[in-house]
Design a protein around this ligand. Structure first.
Ligand code: ADP
Length: 594
């Protein structure tokens, strides 16, 4: 049932998926490649031009000044154009890479929006962040340099080889013989590098996740003076990072040293073989000079290809992590023939609902078992009971944040699995206990209830939610920026902001999760008033901790591990003398224990 975290079968290979990202940027890509081709052509032809100059014009007995300087002027012009081409390759090439990175990040970000609660329950924010940033950076580098490097290298390498064959085939053959050994070396280390590179990536992701978790928990750490513990915890991830990065650099060191060896040895080889041929009178010094010029056009591509292999290892590791995330299928999606839920009256039925959270255990424990609950349109039902009984879980099943394991839930007689998620959730407003505010202005935070709401509507919603006066007292009124997660607001204020959001959204069904924290009586009264105003004319499910809410409810359901154990009005349940009465009596003071 749970498909999340289970990558679907790849229809296409990683490479062809990678290539598909070039499609929208073909113009840019082709320009980049054309310039790259020009650069190779200049590199291949320069030694040939030098050779012509050396042989035909530079004879001391009959120097040909005019053609020589014309040729040199052409060379000058060629290098000017090559400079322009290099500029274009660097500029447009990187632009291409950035465009591809942006496309990939857009894909992964919109995919993250589709994934459901159970995915986020299991994922760590820092790791996800790492996948959307660091990993993609390597992919961009590969996207930009990869094709260009491979293309330039192959063209230059083949071009140089053909030119060398044409000039002095014996020497060319000696040089080409070293290539298979070089390639073998590159391939071997490349495999090792891609393995270690993946480990580095995992290390970075762990560190990011640790930092993210520590920063969000910084206040808790301080409260418990656990800063040192946090540092120790972090150090663990950090040392894993050092270890894997060191392993990577070791391979990289071997690789670079080996490459240096091969390239310098080629120069020596050319000198040795041609020296021998010259001494034998089979070759002249001019050919040696031309050949030495070619050695760099011959080794540069190999160097580039080697750099590419490194980049490929890094980029593909990043790309695989990217596709892994992209292939994680949302657990909850619209049924193929899902209908729009319209003109909702708000009649809700839970029919024998069974639910268990997906865990790594073999046999997940049922949090809810065969729960049935009928809620009439416009009714307020309070859910009370001990903490961990499943009240929140029950409420989360209605907007399909999680999927029921068995049984069904209907809204106005429509199974919630048969309607579109968007239309279902549009009709349900949730005020959560732990209100999340974005680090934006208070106005924008309220606007989150309905993105197209006007400023006037926002003020009206704030008045209804009893938060308007508080906002007016803030330094910039509605434009006051609340800190990250709304840190500058009090708990009661945050709840009222979230109530204002729901006033804007205006849904026929409400889910209220009252704050458990004790509020001063003035704030409490304001929230109760706002809640009452909000639930008027709406079907309301409320997870109640306050006596006032419970008393006003049409029905109270007492939920514990066994399920709904009692149901009725306040008076009925008190008269029954069961669990509710016990809860009620235990709470002589103001609040019902959660
Ligand atoms: P209540 O709202 O009545 O306090 P909850 O619905 O929050 O109870 O929790 C019911 C049970 O489900 C608890 O045992 C809790 O540990 C477990 N639970 C809650 N949320 C999750 C989750 N996201 N993943 C796994 N288990 C969960």
């Amino acid at each position: 049932m749970n498909m999340e975290n289970a990558p679907k079968k790849n229809k296409k290979g990683a490479l062809s998926r990678f290539a598909s990202y070039y499609k929208p940027h073909m113009g840019l890509f082709m320009t980049d490649m054309a310039c790259a081709l020009f650069i190779s052509a200049v590199d291949i032809s320069y030694p040939l031009i030098s050779r012509k100059a050396l042989y035909d014009y530079l004879t001391p007995d009959a120097p040909k000044y005019a053609p020589f300087f014309i040729l040199m002027a052409i060379c000058f012009g060629m290098y000017l154009l090559r400079t322009l081409a290099t500029f274009i390759v660097t500029y447009l090439g990187h632009t291409l890479g950035v465009n591809i990175e942006a496309d990939m990040r857009r894909d992964v970000f919109s995919h993250l929006q589709k994934l459901g609660f159970s995915f986020y329950d299991k994922s760590r924010t820092g790791k996800l962040l790492s996948r959307c940033t660091n990993d993609l950076f390597d992919v961009t580098e590969l996207a930009h340099h990869g094709p260009e490097d491979v293309f330039i290298s192959i063209v230059t390498f083949l071009g140089a080889f053909v030119a060398m064959l044409f000039i002095e085939w014996r020497l060319a053959l000696v040089l080409i013989l070293t290539v298979p050994i070089l390639m073998l070396f590159v391939m071997k280390l490349r495999t090792r590098m891609s393995r270690t590179s993946r480990k580095v990536k995992e290390g970075v992701a762990i560190i990011n996740a640790d930092i993210e978790s520590s920063i969000s928990g910084a206040r808790v750490a301080k409260a418990f003076t656990n800063e040192n513990y946090e540092i120790e915890k972090f150090e663990k991830g950090n040392s894993i990072f050092i270890k894997s990065k060191r392993r990577y650099y070791k391979t990289m060191g071997l690789f670079h040293a080996g490459m240096e060896f091969f390239t310098s040895i080629m120069g020596v080889l050319v000198l040795t073989v041609s020296g021998f041929l010259i001494m034998r009178g089979r070759m002249d010094q001019t050919t040696l000079i031309v050949f030495l010029l070619y050695v760099s056009s011959f080794t540069n591509p190999i160097r580039k290809l080697a750099a590419f292999s490194e980049q490929y290892a890094m980029g593909m590791a990043g790309f695989k992590r990217f596709t892994e995330l992209l292939d994680t299928e949302p657990e909850i999606e619209d049924a193929p023939n899902a209908i729009e839920l319209k003109e909702v009256k708000g009649e809700i039925d839970f029919n024998n609902v069974t639910f268990a959270y997906q865990t790594d255990d073999e046999t997940p424990r049922n949090v809810l078992e065969t729960i049935s609950l009928h809620i009439k349109s416009g009714e307020t039902v309070a859910l009370v009971g001990p903490s961990g009984g499943g009240k929140t879980t029950l409420c989360h099943l209605l907007p399909r944040f999680y999927e029921t394991v068995d049984g069904s839930i209907t809204v106005d007689g429509n199974d919630i699995k048969s309607v579109t998620l968007a239309s279902l959730r549009r009709n349900i407003g949730i005020v959560q206990q732990d209100v999340f505010l974005f680090a934006a202005s208070i106005k924008d935070n309220i606007r989150y209830g309905r993105i197209d709401a006007t400023d006037e509507e926002i003020v009206r919603a704030a008045i209804a939610a009893e938060i308007h006066d508080d906002i007016m007292r803030m330094p910039d009124g509605y434009d006051t920026v609340v800190g990250e997660r709304g840190i500058t607001l009090s708990g009661g204020q945050k709840q009222r902001v979230s109530i204002a959001r729901i006033f804007l959204k205006n849904p026929p069904i409400l889910i209220l999760d009252e704050a458990t924290s004790a509020l001063d009586s003035a704030t409490e009264a304001r929230i109760t008033a706002a809640f009452e105003r909000l639930s008027k004319g709406r079907t309301t499910l409320v997870i109640a901790h306050r006596l006032s809410t419970v008393r006003n409810a049409d029905k109270i359901a007492v939920i514990d591990e066994r399920g709904i154990v009692e149901m009725g009005s306040h008076d009925e349940l008190i008269a029954l003398g069961g669990e509710y009465k016990k809860l009620h009596d235990a709470q002589n003071s103001f609040y019902l224990i959660k």
